[in-house]
Design a protein around this ligand. Structure first.
Ligand code: SAM
Length: 503
């Protein structure tokens, strides 16, 4: 690995003799992992199950394209380290059964501690690893606003929310400052997984190595403070803020935590798992001395002012560093803070946008006809909990209490149910991925070890005589994959054209 000299000198200044250990670790293979999506259930006989990798795949008769390691991810019980293979190429990936995410990246959500029913913001969310992790902890209850500033990345975020069967997410594509105009004091919990210089991802991402410079570290540190200003505005009194980066640069880590503290938030003690270490004010001093040595003395007096050992000692227990030579994973930093106040007063509060306008009776009549024919009674009722509303000719189900979307740049306002086309209803891919076989009257399974599951994902028509006409939820080993409409001996494939994978 060809690292910038300035980076190496800074890391030596921070880590001293330990730097060699880090360097040696960075020359090894990155750690690969995935997280089982607990929103995704399959129904086999009685009840529903999520994928259980602890039962060997052989025992369950399913041949998975990766080797599991026996290493645990202590902060995420659904996380699994794997040692080789291509989980991204299995039908389970398209079905949202798991999300590929390296272990350290799973830590911030542990400390955010999302719960069903809360109002949560993931401010810098694409491609969606942490959003889908938060969603799985919320189990469809509460409001998850997940935002990404970059339009293309917001589209990917929206697709990952769809793939993982998330029901209660409002996906937006906005600048933090625009979002805070609408959501001042609204959220119980906010995650700022900030854009950063990415030093912790050098093993995973060559671009992070190529783009590294001291100037970029400085640029990231300034941008993070601007984002934090807006996040703090949006946090309700008593609300929790988790700030995280995937960099070692103390200007973006310890410095940012001091900035949050300077804004009046209280540090929250974050319990450490073996291998995790606390942030360290000495790192900040070391890089400043290093900058002075390079003649790059910072003109920013606020940096000097904030390097106060007393302040940092007070917040130290709220900061955590994950170093690749100390844990199984890449480099990360996180810190946990809370706004003063009583969070229970935030329950049931609406933002300034008020409530959504529900779909009309005539629009709902078209959906209801489809729903009665397709879903079990229980699912029919479940799909009426919240506010069904029209967004163009698309029908969405917004979670209970979801704020109005006036003035927001929205990519996905809740669960997309489908399209109302004159007098008929066409179900959406998102709805298919949200459902499981026991929630519908008609389903058809394509076992993952046979070519047919990938052929369905590739858009092929499936032939079989003697089935009842109508919409079928197509599944693989019981996990929903998409829709097909059966008539005249064939299942017409409704897998979205833009998502098809040709094998
Ligand atoms: N949380 C994501 C996940 O787990 O998949 C990763 C987020 S990534 C570290 C940071 C994101 O912040 C990027 O998608 C980037 O486009 C976005 N970003 C860049 N500049 C931003 C800004 N000024 N305000 C908010 N977000 C920004």
């Amino acid at each position: 690995m060809n690292l910038d000299n300035n980076f190496e000198n800074r890391m030596k200044a921070i880590l001293g003799d330990e730097y060699e250990e880090l360097q040696e670790t960075l020359s090894r293979e990155k750690v690969s992992a995935l997280r089982i999506n607990t929103l995704k259930k399959c129904s086999k006989g009685e009840g529903q199950e999520t994928l259980n990798l602890d039962k060997s795949s052989k025992e369950s008769g399913i041949d998975l394209p990766f080797e599991l390691s026996d290493k645990e991810i202590p902060w995420e019980k659904c996380g699994k380290v794997y040692t080789g293979g291509t989980p991204g190429k299995h039908p389970y990936h398209e079905a949202g059964v798991y999300y590929i995410q390296e272990p350290s990246a799973m830590a911030p959500v542990y400390f955010l501690d999302p719960r069903p029913g809360e109002k949560i913001l993931d401010l810098c969310a694409a491609p969606g690893g942490k959003t889908t992790q938060i969603a799985s902890k919320m189990q469809g209850e509460g409001i998850l606003v997940t935002n990404e500033i970059d339009k293309k990345r917001a589209q990917i975020l929206s697709l990952n929310v769809e793939r993982c069967g998330v029901k209660n997410a409002l996906v937006t594509n906005m600048e933090p400052g625009q979002l805070s105009d609408v959501f001042e004091g609204y959220f119980d919990k906010i995650l700022v997984d900030a854009p950063c210089s990415g030093e912790g991802m050098f093993r995973k991402n060559d671009e992070a190595i190529e783009n590294w410079s001291i100037d970029n570290v400085k640029l990231c540190a300034d941008r993070q403070k601007t984002i934090l200003d807006e996040a703090i505005k949006m946090l309700a009194p008593g609300g929790r803020l988790v700030y995280s980066t995937c960099t070692f640069a103390p200007e973006e880590d310890e410095e940012a935590s001091l900035y949050i503290y300077g804004k009046g938030l209280k540090p929250v003690e974050a319990t450490m798992f073996p291998g995790m270490v606390r942030g360290n004010i000495e790192y900040l001093k070391a890089v400043r001395d290093n900058l002075n040595g390079l003649g790059k003395t910072t003109e920013d007096n606020s940096l000097d002012a904030s390097i106060q050992t007393e302040n940092f000692e007070m917040i130290k227990s709220s900061t955590i560093r994950l170093f690749p030579h100390k844990i199984e994973g890449e480099g990360h930093f996180l810190c946990v803070f809370q706004k003063d106040g009583d969070i229970s007063l935030n329950e049931g509060l609406h933002g300034i946008n008020g409530k959504l306008k529900a779909a009309s009776n005539s629009e709902m009549k078209i959906f209801d006809e489809f729903a009665k024919e397709t879903f079990t009674d229980e699912t029919f009722d479940l799909l009426h909990v919240g506010t069904p509303f029209m967004f163009g000719e698309q029908l969405y189900l917004a979670p209970i209490g979801m704020p109005g979307i006036k003035g927001l740049k929205v990519m996905r306002p809740g669960l997309h149910l489908g399209t109302i086309k004159k007098d008929r209803f066409e179900p959406s891919h998102a709805l298919a991925l949200f459902l499981s076989a026991d929630m519908v009257k008609r389903s058809y399974d394509l076992p993952s070890e046979k070519p047919s599951a990938m052929q369905f994902i590739g858009g092929q028509t499936i032939r079989e005589a003697g089935k009842e006409n109508g919409w079928y939820l197509m599944t693989t080993d019981g996990y929903s994959l998409g829709w097909a409409k059966y008539a005249g001996g064939t299942f017409k494939n409704h897998y979205p054209k833009g998502l098809r994978i040709f094998t």
